[in-house]
Design a protein around this ligand. Structure first.
Ligand SMILES: Nc1nc2[nH]c(O)nc2c(=O)[nH]1
Length: 458
């Protein structure tokens, strides 16, 4: 074996029970990974072109691209199922939780970032977006902490620098203690882009800019953020059209509906993706499609908060890009992306009819759809040259027994845990266990941080 081959052996993940490539390529006999990339798809009846140094028997597994989560609030893993916030719509839910989140500290950010990433990884997710928007005078470096925490886990991340600048005293929803001045937000956003944003193929860390929502940021911050993002060629993200309350707020505060507001502040374009995207008229759906904007569907959260149903298929038909997200763990309250794909499929069938929304639609949204929305042609499907981000699911639990189509069974029977997960050619989960994370210790530290947060509020 040459030195290069010794450092980067060719690994054949061979003979999968079933393989969903996310495209029309045949990988019936598996794939070959070398270094950080997939180097070959092995069709039915074939063997790899070149000799492989290692091979892994995947005959009990469904092989697919690593899933992509396009919207989350990692810190919310510390406030799952908070009694006072249960059974509420978005605005009262947020008003209950803002004062608790106001006490987040550095350790809470670190532990919640790691815990959420681990939870996602174990569900087959290899790329995750976080939208952290709670900053205060005592916690200005949350994103720096997240970069560090994510590097330790080794997941691929897009960390959005969230922000809130419209406090209650100025007519916004959040308390004044958790909003920052526009100037501070912009300065910090630029610092983070310069320091951490890696735009290159194979990047493990990207920064995007994410003023939180129409009712928590000033229009001026939206406009200035759009300028800054353009200057540095980074993506922009925000919540939009999530609830009827938001529609009312926009009409009262800005004299227009959320989409007109988005257009007015210079955000209706292809370098933007929106979380939720529910309350659009047909004419608005057409405008969204023309702009080629991205929408992240968050079905569980939208059901828990009774926000509504995202018009997923209409958006796709109009030309918008569609990804999938678990949303924050205070409104889901889990970070399990394969389960979220099931939710998307079930809700899609309910809205569009059983034959008009398939498991393929949901899996596409959770993989290639997300990659398009995040402007990442290097991830999201299995193809030679793409990043080696993979999830392998076993279908030998009682819930799968008697299954036919193994790929369909993942969603129909309710898969929840991946058996093996690889990010950039490195195994992160093997036989259901994390390879390089002490889960017991992480859980202890995360629970301590959650208790500290709860007691700080009492
Ligand atoms: N589902 C959520 N919607 C939101 N809007 C907003 O301003 N913050 C949130 C949030 O945390 N979750």
């Amino acid at each position: 074996m040459s030195t290069i081959e010794a450092e980067h052996p060719r690994i054949w993940i061979r003979n999968p029970l079933s393989c969903w490539t996310g495209n029309d390529l045949d990988a019936t006999n598996g794939i070959v990974v070398q270094g950080q990339n997939i180097v070959e798809l092995v069709p039915a009846g074939s063997e790899p072109f070149e000799r492989c140094h290692q091979s892994i028997d995947a005959s009990a597994h469904v092989l697919m691209p690593g899933l992509i989560n396009c919207h989350h609030h990692f810190y919310q893993t510390l406030t799952r199922a908070v009694p006072a916030a249960l059974n509420k719509d978005l605005f009262p839910w947020l008003k209950t939780l803002y004062p608790i989140w106001a006490n987040l500290d550095e350790d809470a950010i670190y532990q919640s970032t790691q815990l959420a990433l681990v939870e996602l990884l174990m569900s087959g997710c290899t790329t995750a977006v976080d939208h952290h928007y709670v900053f205060s005078q005592t916690l200005e470096n949350a994103t720096d902490i997240q970069v560090d925490a994510a590097q330790q886990i080794g997941a691929r991340v897009v960390l959005t620098r969230g922000s809130m600048s419209l406090g209650q005293s100025a007519g916004g929803l959040p308390p004044d203690g958790v909003v920052q001045a526009d100037a501070t937000i912009l300065q910090e956003s630029e610092r983070l882009i310069r320091r951490y944003h890696n735009p290159n193929e194979g990047s493990l860390c990207q920064i995007a800019l994410a003023p939180c929502s129409p009712f928590s940021v000033t229009p001026e911050l939206m406009r200035q953020t759009a300028k800054l993002a353009k200057q540095h060629d980074v993506l922009m993200h925000t919540h939009l059209a999530e609830t009827e309350d938001e529609n009312k707020f926009c009409l009262q505060q800005f004299g227009m509906r959320p989409l007109d507001y988005l257009d007015d502040v210079g955000w209706l374009h292809e370098n933007v993706w929106l979380a939720h995207g529910i309350h659009f008229s047909n004419e608005e759906v057409a405008r969204l499609g023309e702009s080629k904007i991205g929408i992240c569907h968050c079905p569980s959260s939208n059901m828990v908060l009774a926000s509504g149903i995202c018009p997923t298929k209409d958006l796709v038909h109009s030309g918008a890009k569609l990804g999938l997200g678990v949303d924050g763990s205070a409104s889901n309250d889990g970070s399990n992306l394969i389960q979220e794909a099931r939710q998307a499929m079930l809700l899609g069938k309910l809205r569009y009819g059983a034959s008009n929304f398939t498991h393929h639609d949901a899996l596409y949204m959770a993989t290639h759809g997300g990659a398009r929305l995040l402007r990442r042609p290097d991830i999201g499907d299995l193809r030679a040259g793409k990043a080696a981000d993979l999830a392998l699911f076993k279908v030998d639990e009682p819930r799968f027994s008697g299954h036919g189509d193994a790929v369909a069974a993942l969603l129909l029977c309710g898969a929840s845990q991946a058996d093996h997960v690889m990010v950039a050619g490195q195994w992160k989960v093997k036989h259901g266990d994390l390879v390089d994370v002490d889960l017991v210790q992480l859980l202890r530290h995360h629970q301590q941080a959650a208790l500290r947060l709860a007691s700080a509020h009492q």
